[in-house]
Design a protein around this ligand. Sequence first.
Ligand code: HEC
Ligand code: HEC
Ligand code: HEC
Ligand code: HEC
Ligand code: HEC
Ligand code: HEC
Ligand code: HEC
Ligand code: HEC
Ligand code: HEC
Length: 399
Amino acid sequence: MKTTRVLLTAFIFGLLAAGARAQNQPQPPNYCKSCHSEQEVQFRDSVHREELSCVSCHGGDASTPDLPQAHSKGFRGKITRAQVPAFCASCHADREQMRPYGLSTDQYALYQTSGHGRKFAAGDPRVAICTDCHQTHRILPRDNPQSPIHRQNIAATCGHCHADAERMRPYGLSAGVVADYEAGVHAQAKREGSAAHLPSCADCHGSHGAAPPGVGDVSKVCMHCHRQTREFFHQSPHFKTLAAQGFGECAACHSNHRILKPGPQLWASTCGTCHEPGSPAAGTAEKIQGLLGQAQADIDMAKETISQARQVPLAVEDYEQRLATASTYLMEAGPLSHTLDASAVEDLTRKSRSVAQELEVEIHEKMEVFEGRRLVVGAVWLYLLITVGALQYFKRRSR
Ligand code: HEC
Ligand code: HEC
Ligand code: HEC
Ligand code: HEC
Ligand code: HEC
Ligand code: HEC
Ligand code: HEC
Ligand code: HEC
Ligand code: HEC
């Protein structure tokens, strides 16, 4: 009995030990970590942790705790700021090395064409290099919310330099671009949780290059997402003249970064910056603004009437659908107004207004009928009450 228990215990211990051995597979020791714990901790989360080790980038001998020996064997020490882009590119621009990971190899080539890369090549270390946007030992993939290149964090990553007035002054660049961007429609929609694809700094400027592939000129980048508006703009007399005078296509009226919610105030504030009051162009501005304004007013009124009808209560589903149609016409008129063709805009606003006005009239008629019925019903009730009262009276008197 005693011997079986001893044997069993020994067996179990044997199993446990075997398991432990299997878990601690002979890993090559890394003594770099023991002296450089700060980098080691950062490196645990890095995209490089599986494929690279300290030695891949710094050289040296990781198998010894002895300092002189550790810092030998091709040890290259710290990689200086001036070396970083070419150093990262030694792997990332190498097709053979990147193929297994399906990573593109154009970052360095694009970087060299960018404003940053050109200044860097000319010996200016203050422009952005790979590690300013990606960090060094803790490089996180872009879908990690903590990553500096995560969509939500890009403005802050660029803002680290571009919102810093001291840093921007020598270059004559505004340090207000980030605040302007944050005040604009795109950042606002992003804050409100819109699921649409909204541009961050890197969508318009490119991550590595001066402009995204296929777009020579960053001011044309709006059309990637606002294609229809661009097509209408293409038909306008502004298309050629604004370009000839060196204005960005869309920025002439919307600005580059502080792109505000469009509406009546935009007409009032932008056209006047180039056109004298009383000029034909100012006349066109007034006309189109008026057309859009009237249609909006009719839609607002119909909306109000529908909400009154709902309280009556009347069935309003059909009215709501028709109101949506009226709004759609008006929404189409916004982009179309970029042609500056007032009569084309009027075609749409007329349709929008006639739907809204029809609704208005119909609902009022229905409410009147309803009111009329209510009066009749009230009168019948009154008549009945009086009759019953009179009957009771006569009954009592006849007793
Ligand atoms: C016994 C501790 C120890 C070990 C092991 C060790 N280092 Fe160091 N390392 C140091 C100290 C101390 C310094 C700072 C003194 C200096 O600049 O030489 C340093 C500096 C560095 C620097 C910065 C050099 C510079 O020019 O600023 C790098 C990079 C570095 N070590 C990488 C490594 C790597 C990679 C390994 C493993 C192959 C490693 N170290 C192993 C102690 C160690
Ligand atoms: C992908 C390449 C890469 C890997 C992998 C890497 N480093 Fe570095 N390391 C760099 C670069 C680039 C710099 C210098 C740039 C900087 O300071 O941002 C640097 C700087 C350092 C320095 C100098 C101090 C400092 O932070 O500026 C130390 C020490 C260091 N690394 C240790 C390590 C250790 C330890 C590991 C492994 C845990 C490691 N590195 C892994 C690229 C790498
Ligand atoms: C020794 C070769 C090597 C060097 C040097 C190197 N990398 Fe990498 N890098 C890789 C490999 C391999 C991967 C793919 C890792 C994986 O998918 O497991 C990678 C992945 C990445 C990724 C993630 C890409 C993605 O979206 O999946 C980024 C970002 C990156 N590296 C940036 C850098 C930066 C910045 C530097 C310079 C500080 C650098 N790398 C230096 C080999 C290298
Ligand atoms: C000005 C900031 C900035 C600089 C400088 C920068 N990057 Fe990037 N990088 C980004 C952003 C932003 C992304 C994410 C791109 C995206 O979401 O399309 C990215 C993505 C990457 C990726 C992943 C690409 C892929 O195909 O998935 C790699 C690899 C990379 N960068 C390497 C580098 C290297 C190497 C350098 C230096 C030569 C560098 N980056 C310089 C901002 C930068
Ligand atoms: C480490 C600081 C730093 C970071 C981070 C940085 N920049 Fe820059 N950037 C500069 C400096 C300095 C200049 C001025 C260089 C010049 O005059 O061309 C510049 C110039 C620019 C320019 C104008 C030059 C040109 O011709 O393209 C643009 C656009 C720009 N940066 C966009 C960005 C974007 C977008 C990001 C983030 C994805 C970013 N920068 C991140 C420092 C930085
Ligand atoms: C919707 C597109 C768009 C977004 C988003 C955007 N930019 Fe720009 N940016 C432009 C355009 C267009 C220009 C004008 C370029 C030209 O004239 O060639 C410009 C110009 C610049 C310039 C140089 C001239 C200046 O105005 O000082 C810098 C620097 C810059 N942007 C940085 C940023 C940063 C940082 C962000 C993010 C916070 C950002 N941009 C977001 C479109 C954009
Ligand atoms: C990556 C795609 C993308 C790019 C590039 C882009 N936009 Fe937008 N933009 C959007 C989306 C999506 C919305 C809708 C936001 C919302 O939910 O209100 C929007 C909204 C707008 C609005 C407000 C529309 C409204 O009715 O409220 C204006 C004005 C605008 N963008 C102008 C521009 C200009 C000018 C540029 C270029 C400098 C530009 N956009 C570049 C995607 C983009
Ligand atoms: C950045 C300057 C600028 C802004 C802002 C601007 N325009 Fe123009 N506009 C021009 C130039 C330049 C011409 C061509 C010169 C000319 O024929 O007078 C022009 C021509 C026109 C024309 C056709 C020619 C004419 O004079 O009848 C109309 C219509 C017009 N603009 C309307 C507008 C409206 C509406 C707005 C506001 C939404 C506006 N413009 C904003 C610069 C501008
Ligand atoms: C001449 C000035 C001017 C120019 C140039 C201009 N816009 Fe507009 N944009 C306006 C005005 C004014 C409105 C407001 C229309 C309204 O009241 O509905 C507007 C509205 C918009 C809207 C919201 C309504 C819609 O069209 O969906 C977007 C998006 C827009 N513009 C994008 C652009 C883009 C992209 C470009 C360049 C291709 C551009 N704009 C060029 C003046 C301009």
